[in-house]
Design a protein around this ligand. Sequence first.
Ligand code: AGP
Length: 614
Amino acid sequence: MCGIVGYVGARPALDVVVEGLARLEYRGYDSAGVAVLADGELATAKRAGKLVNLREALAEEPPPAGTLGMGHTRWATHGAPNDRNAHPHLDCSGRVAVIHNGIIENFAALRSELEEGGHKLNSDTDTEAVAHLLEDELKRGGDLAAAMRRVCGRLEGAFTLVAVHTGDPDLVVGARRNSPLVVGVGDGENFLASDVAAFIAHTRDAIELGQDQVVELRRDGVTVTDFDGRPAEVKEYHVDWDVSAAEKGGYDYFMLKEIAEQPRAVADTLLGRIGADGRLSLDEMRITDQELREVDKIIIVACGTSYHAGLIAKYAIEHWAGLPCEVELASEFRYRDPILSRSTLVIAISQSGETMDALMAVRHARQQHAKLLGICNVNGSTLPRECDGVLYTHAGPEIAVASTKAFLTQLVAVYLIALYIAQVRGTKWGDEVFAMIQLLERMPEKVDKVLETMEPVRELARSLANERSVLFLGRHVGFPVALEGALKLKELAYMHAEGFAAGELKHGPIALIEEGLPVIVVVPPRARDVLHDKIVSNIQEIRARGARTIVIAEEGDESVAPYADTLISVPAVPTLLQPLVTTVPLQVFACELATAKGHDVDQPRNLAKSVTVE
Ligand code: AGP
């Protein structure tokens, strides 16, 4: 949450920073602000609301040109989303400016101490305390980096901080604990950002910062130390996608582009993981086959859409790998007493790799000596670094707040892991694993086929734009798909939407059914006859009570047609792989319905892409 950009080089800093903010706006859009250092003076501008408001203010009153600057796009935590609380925040002298992502938990004590010491604070934020603490530390001696290290030692919570000081006009200082910060290494210029997307137009060479590190960014070099000032080891990497991947490419919304990219994303996630002999090879996981043989339980931790991928993983892992598997909301996991041991494998799923709840769950599992495997989409993010091994999804940058292609690639990753464990532990015959891999390899073409037939779904969505509520039902892996469909509709259309296991309906939720209520039902393949027949009965039960039934079923499934007010057909695939095709119409449905309501689907209200606070 919150996007941060810092720049020092030879170009006009304001242009670089504002362009970077535009690429980070998905991280928060409650306010935006910039600071530029020009002629030994700090110039700042900030506005509540989306970046467009700041752009207008800058156009009206352009700040003096400088080649060092920073910018911030905010997802509000402490203090209302207004101009006053927008970042950057300044110290009393106006010579130090600070931007921040995260929450400083001991801010109240720090603010009181500062106020008692005579500082005048002008906002309600936790961040402003840091500007004043830096002011005090600079008076004690040393440069901005030294002051930052001392201040960080006093802060509790999660923070990425970036600061500039008029006393050192060639220096941008960043600090990182628990919130993301990456360095972009250019030629005669360097960048700092929450995400490489902010500087990808200028450089694809990046440095991953570790926990509790301070970075000094100058035009001609980058120095990284720990909070005690000792040189720190850093990991350099090359970003394997370019600026076009972070642009809309002719689509009205990133979400539309990302939905359309799913066949490619699924194919890319399979790429290089299947050997010529048809066997899976996941060496990058960095967990040995022997270690996998010793695993006796798997626990999956994740949030939101990634949690739904985890719920589907459970079915695949138990069926193929024959291991007990639990799935936990990461935010709940560490506040109970989960039973873990050295033979437990904890799989953390996170698109961003920065979700605080997921990171905290990973740390909790680490303390209990469990083995840790991450499934992540963002190279250089925190989660992979904190796990023993990682399987990257290759979805490319996902910018729309609502997760789409990341979800489908997470499913591919969990299928690969489940099949790999089955291969290693011998719970499935080699030819069974091979047959399933071959089916997986055909999934991009199946997803493509779904995308080609979405016009009726879009029409349906537009016709339902004024409904107050939509229910989603599924059984088996169709249940998490129903949850995912409901989540998409809630976050994009701001409508009441709920997903239920169809078998649970009779235990309460059926009381919600009333005349005309749209209910979307995900039907399992006919091959799963018992499951299939049970859900057909559920459809009849709700229809008899007046529900408007919208049924997603495999092509050729005539048995559901008499009970479906609307029938959406998807290609026939095996049950466990079905979420790859049944989720897509639900994404399209939510996106279109929200657009019909006039919502910005890339930036839904109150949300941010990476949730870096607990
Ligand atoms: C999905 O559409 C959401 N925006 C959200 O639920 C998301 O999946 C969740 O916050 C987890 O994010 P992560 O995968 O980056 O950890």
